[in-house]
Design a protein around this ligand. Structure first.
Ligand code: URA
Length: 267
């Protein structure tokens, strides 16, 4: 019999490290911000002290530091539900209990425009990953305390924001009603034409690719989950642009974490 060095049911990397994130216990505090893109971890940490890159493997990059004296980390999730699931599970193994996703989104209602912040209170679960955990009727919702901390942070910082009902989908093109070619040629099923109008009828505010998977997986792990999304696509006016929203979302997430940590300290 060969010597067993790793279990297929719970693989580790390099001794005590969780497999994909390559982090060991103690590498991250219990509050972690979750951008999608690895490079955004460093943008988030621009307002921190004692910044250290802890690990970087595939789409998962982790930086740690301190924001206004509070220990924080940021770990990138990559795009979509599957890599989000891996990230949240492995952070939970390390003792993380509160996560705020910082990401971008497309708005489908005229109340929002480029650069505005959307704090989703709940999501329609078309992510393709959370269905592997729990039945489709199970709700994807944000933790109320995290939502309130994000609202307070946006108010304090003077950022334009609103609460949202988010559509999370495991596709950027057809699944978000985007034709594959600008001249309208190529695969274009009739249902794709109806995606955005039907979501508008249902009073959904915005579309993106990760939040519902993160809310469900985090909730099932007993974690507090929230998200702040900057509008980078205006699907009503067909315009694309950041307008400073990503930076504001990063700052709002840091400030909200500080608020939550202070509440936790007070009990
Ligand atoms: N992310 C998405 O998934 N869709 C958008 O339109 C913008 C950001």
């Amino acid at each position: 019999m060969p010597e067993i060095i790793n279990r297929a049911s719970a693989p580790k990397s390099g001794g005590d490290c969780v497999y994909h994130l390559q982090l060991k216990p103690g590498d991250v505090p219990r509050y972690v911000i979750l951008p999608g893109a690895p490079e955004r971890t460093l943008i988030i940490a621009e307002n921190w002290e004692d910044v250290r890159e802890v690990a970087s493997c595939r789409e998962f990059k982790t930086v740690s530091g301190a924001y206004k004296g509070m220990r924080l980390a940021a770990t990138s999730t990559g795009i979509g539900g599957p890599s989000s699931e891996i990230c949240i599970h492995e952070l939970n193994v390390l003792g993380v209990h509160t996560c705020i996703r910082v990401g971008t989104t497309g708005c489908i209602v005229p109340q929002f425009d480029l650069g505005d912040l959307i704090i989703p209170v709940a999501c329609v679960r078309h992510d393709g990953t959370s269905i592997t955990y729990v039945e489709p009727e199970f709700p994807a919702f944000a933790d109320t305390r995290v939502v309130m901390a994000l609202m307070q942070a946006c108010e304090t910082l003077g950022f334009r924001y609103g609460l949202g009902l988010c559509y999370t989908v495991g596709s950027f093109y057809i699944g978000q009603g985007r034709p594959l070619n600008e001249d309208g040629s190529g695969y274009w099923p009739s249902f794709a034409e109806r995606i955005i109008p039907d979501l508008q009828q249902a009073r959904v505010t915005n579309i993106e690719m990760e939040t519902s998977a993160q809310f469900v997986v985090g909730y099932l792990h007993g974690m507090r989950m929230g998200a702040v999304l900057s509008v980078i696509a205006n699907r009503v006016l067909d315009r694309w642009g950041d307008n400073g929203g990503e930076e504001r979302a990063c700052l709002a997430a840091c400030e909200a974490m500080k608020i939550l940590a202070q509440q936790d300290e007070r009990g």
